[in-house]
Design a binder for this molecule. Structure first.
Ligand code: NZQ
Ligand code: ZN
Length: 392
């Protein structure tokens, strides 16, 4: 295990109806005027936004509002949010929604405190030095943004999707009411589940030895997702399934399962090019990319993939041919994704094989991380070709 610092100061407020406490939580932080930032309508339709406002009114907290965040949140709305916060003297941003709303809130929070263009943080020109506090009421278990220091924004001009990170934009509190996720369509539930599993796999495939504790934590989250995702899809109102998935989503990405070990993140890098270009759901893109990446790199450490296959998917170990066990595990993962309704190849995702060179060029500009296996541009093309033609 490697040395590490673990700093995850978000106050998680978990359970049924806990969103009614948001007013008091904001008041305790001393914010008198806040921005409520939300998405394209689900929070209005479900009545959540109304309950959040009631809670703020009761606590005597004033608010401005900005809705309309799209999945794969855009820079254009971030600029509007920054202007609005400056004009209204906003002191805290309350995200009511999923990863897209939280990420947009984080971008606004950093942008308000910066004299230049907020995009500088996303294209590597500047580091976040100051930000307004961000808090969240989460409505989908997926991106883990409710506990992460990251934010991913898409530049409308050219649909370029880029990320940034800083502990300054980690939410100060996040309210997690599993009941709020019961209105999710099956497809969004599955996209979220795929992202949660991908966040674990990005950490699981490591070059660091002797990481039993984080290996076992990773496996626990994966096994939970394999059990609970089909249950939540079959019974959307199953509170216990939703609750287990919701907490799995947070621990999958606040790094508790990834400390002290090298991580990969190249599947995410490749996927961000897909959701940038096609505006597809992040989880759907990962369902296509991640098993393809696994097939491409498994020989780098067959035993680690065989460990995943046996411990997570219950495959039999083939001691004469661990590579076969490794490949069986990857097949099981892809089959699981198919069973929960995710696309598994380009056709199902709506992607085009002729775009592969452009996708890989973009990746090259962005640069690939060292990760589990350092990838060249040709490697990225190969992975995308596997993804294009994947079958069960
Ligand atoms: O906009 P509304 O109307 O709310 O609809 C949303 C949206 O269409 C809907 N939804 C959310 N909660 C709902 C609901 N519909 C019914 N009932 C509910 N309770 O679901 C759709 C997807 O929402 P979105 O916020 O886009 O989903 P997610 O949480 O998966 O976020 C995806 C974004 O997060 C980024 C992704 O790249 C993508 O842009 N990521 C952020 C990370 C981070 N900040 O740490 C890490 C991730 O790896 C990821 O890259
Ligand atoms: Zn993700």
């Amino acid at each position: 295990m490697e040395n590490f610092d673990f700093y995850s100061p978000t106050h998680f407020v978990f359970g049924e109806d806990r969103e009614n406490e948001c007013g008091e939580l904001v008041k305790k932080l001393g914010a008198k005027k806040i921005l409520i930032h939300y998405g394209s309508g689900s929070a209005v339709k479900s009545g959540l936004l109304g309950r959040v406002k009631d809670s703020l009114d009761k606590a005597g907290v004033a608010y401005a509002e900005l809705g309309g965040v799209k999945p794969n949140p855009r820079d254009t709305l971030v600029y509007q949010g920054i202007e609005l916060c400056k004009k209204e003297g906003v002191e805290l941003i309350l995200a009511v929604g999923g990863g897209s709303v939280i990420d947009s809130s984080k971008a606004i929070a950093a942008g308000v405190c910066y004299d230049g263009d907020f995009w500088d943080f996303y294209c590597g020109k500047a580091e976040i030095k100051k930000a307004l506090p961000v808090a969240s009421v989460l409505t989908i278990a997926a991106a883990g943004s409710e506990g992460s220091p990251s934010s991913v924004i898409t530049k409308e001009d050219g649909m370029v999707k880029r990320g940034t990170g800083s502990d300054l934009i980690r939410p100060v509190f996040s309210i997690l009411d599993p009941k709020l996720t019961c209105t999710l369509p099956a497809y969004q539930t599955a996209c979220g589940a795929t992202d949660i599993m991908a966040h674990v796999f990005e950490r699981y495939f490591t070059n660091t030895d002797e990481v039993e504790i984080t290996d076992r934590l990773c496996e626990a989250v994966l096994l939970t997702m394999i059990k609970e995702t089909p249950r939540a899809i079959a019974q959307p109102d199953n509170y216990q399934a939703r609750a287990n998935i919701m907490w799995a989503g947070t621990v999958a990405h606040n790094d508790i399962v990834g400390v002290g070990r090298s991580q990969d993140w190249n599947s995410h890098g490749i996927e961000h090019e897909l959701s940038g270009l096609y505006d597809c759901a992040h989880g759907a893109g990962l369902a296509v990319v991640m098993p393809a990446w696994m097939e491409f790199v498994h020989k780098h450490n067959c035993m680690r993939f065989a460990q995943m296959a046996t411990r997570v998917f219950g495959c039999q170990m083939n001691f004469e041919g661990p590579e076969k066990t490794a490949m069986e595990g990857i097949r099981c993962f892809r089959r699981f994704l198919h069973e929960i309704g995710m696309p598994i190849n380009f056709e199902e995702l709506g992607a085009k094989e002729e775009d592969i060179p452009a996708l890989a060029d973009n990746m090259k500009i962005n640069g690939t991380r060292d990760g589990f296996v350092k990838l060249t541009r040709d490697d990225v093309c190969e992975i995308l070709k596997i993804a294009a033609h994947a079958k069960l």
